[in-house]
Unconditional design. Structure first.
Length: 379
């Protein structure tokens, strides 16, 4: 997860609070971020599953786009159905290239007078350039003066309702303006853990005081990048630059659910012909879950072989799953080896270790959904 940048890392508005709480910091996507707090990754992971964890995700890009035909303009760059996105609703989609690869994956919310995008930290500069070139007329603004907090876990709604009762009325993949402890925020009910939860966009100057108020609640603990990664892996969610990238299509990645029926038929976005062909004929490879048979974790880049010794793919994310008390992994294998329970060999430290393909997610999601909604598998 951590990366090494030549330029000094940037700090989020919560940097001082992280240091005060004893966080171990690493450089990630150009920012100095907490990878864990003194309780440790296992405890943070389990606390989020049992109560509520507070994540600093202020390194991510928050972009507003407005103007005539804003939804149609954005839809020309993504495979998602943006024209059908009702006010107050949000959707997961991707920026694609002409080969059908994913330049970035992101969330977009219809805020009535504009579209609100939350993009990945490592891609946000390139995304902004790409969007400016492709969107044409309209106002496109990166909100550098805002922070982003994620409150995740089964107790998240109980905690947030103490400060903003209206937020409890939100359903999964919806958002609204709300006042939290006197701070004007935009709140969405979504997340990256497989749990019910909220993401809170607030003014940067108010982020620390708001985070302190939430952390004062008995159910809430601070959570770092380490547990964020193990939580999303259990939920079977992709991490950009690892499980998806510019050479991976949404169909290969198992993200076909994010492309609505109209968009599949009409196309009209970069790489549509490639993606439509893969929908019709099937891709050559597919993202799958992997369950190692023993306790040795299969990390990223681990080769996946069939029982005859032929390489059929590679692991893209792997580690220990605290909720399952066992190692798990995700990766890509040949489509003819992607069926659940297919036996595989994982080349861990040059030694073949047995495992099997499994369906995703590893742990069922617990989102707060309306009956009939099918937006549950987002990032």
């Amino acid at each position: 997860m951590p990366d090494t940048d030549r330029e000094p890392p940037r700090h989020t508005p919560l940097h001082g609070l992280h240091a005060e709480r004893g966080a171990k910091m690493v450089t990630f996507s150009g920012y100095e971020m907490p990878v864990r707090f003194p309780a440790g990754i296992l405890a943070e992971h389990r606390h989020t599953r049992a109560a509520a964890g507070l994540f600093d995700v202020s390194h991510m890009g928050q972009i507003a786009f407005s103007g005539a035909d804003a939804a149609a303009r954005l839809e020309a760059l993504v495979p998602g159905d943006i024209l059908g996105l009702a006010p107050g609703r949000m959707r997961y989609t991707q920026l694609t290239n002409e080969a059908g690869g994913i330049l970035d994956d992101f969330m977009v919310t219809n805020r009535g007078d504009h579209l609100f995008l939350v993009v990945n930290a490592g891609c946000k500069a390139a995304d902004l350039t790409h969007l400016r070139a492709g969107l044409g007329d309209g106002s496109l603004e990166m909100h550098e003066d805002r922070a982003l907090l994620a409150l995740q876990g089964p107790a998240a709604v109980t905690v947030l309702a103490r400060f903003a009762p209206d937020c409890a009325e939100l359903t999964f993949m919806s958002g609204r303006d709300s006042g939290i402890d006197g701070v004007g925020c935009f709140v969405t009910r979504s997340g990256y853990t497989g749990e019910d939860g909220f993401e809170i966009s607030c003014p940067a100057g108010a982020a620390e005081s708001l985070a302190r108020r939430l952390l004062d609640e008995p159910e809430v603990e601070p959570i770092g990048l380490g547990a964020r990664d193990s939580l999303r892996l259990e939920a079977g969610l992709c991490l950009y630059g690892h499980d998806i990238d510019a050479e991976t299509s949404p169909v290969e990645a198992g993200l076909l659910w994010s492309i609505g029926k109209r968009r599949r038929a009409e196309g009209g976005f970069p790489g549509a012909a490639v993606i439509q062909r893969q929908i019709a004929e099937g891709p050559a490879r597919r993202r799958v879950g992997i369950l190692p048979d023993d306790r040795a974790p299969a990390r990223e880049h681990t080769q996946i072989k069939d029982q005859a010794g032929t390489t059929i793919g590679a692991v893209t994310s792997g580690g220990f799953a605290p909720s399952l008390d066992r190692p798990i992994a995700m990766g890509y294998v040949r489509a003819d080896r992607a069926a659940a329970d297919t036996p595989v060999e994982l080349m861990v430290r040059t030694k073949g270790r047995p495992g099997r393909v499994t369906k995703l997610p590893f742990r069922p999601a617990r989102y707060h959904k309306k009956r009939g909604r099918d937006d549950a598998r987002h990032r």
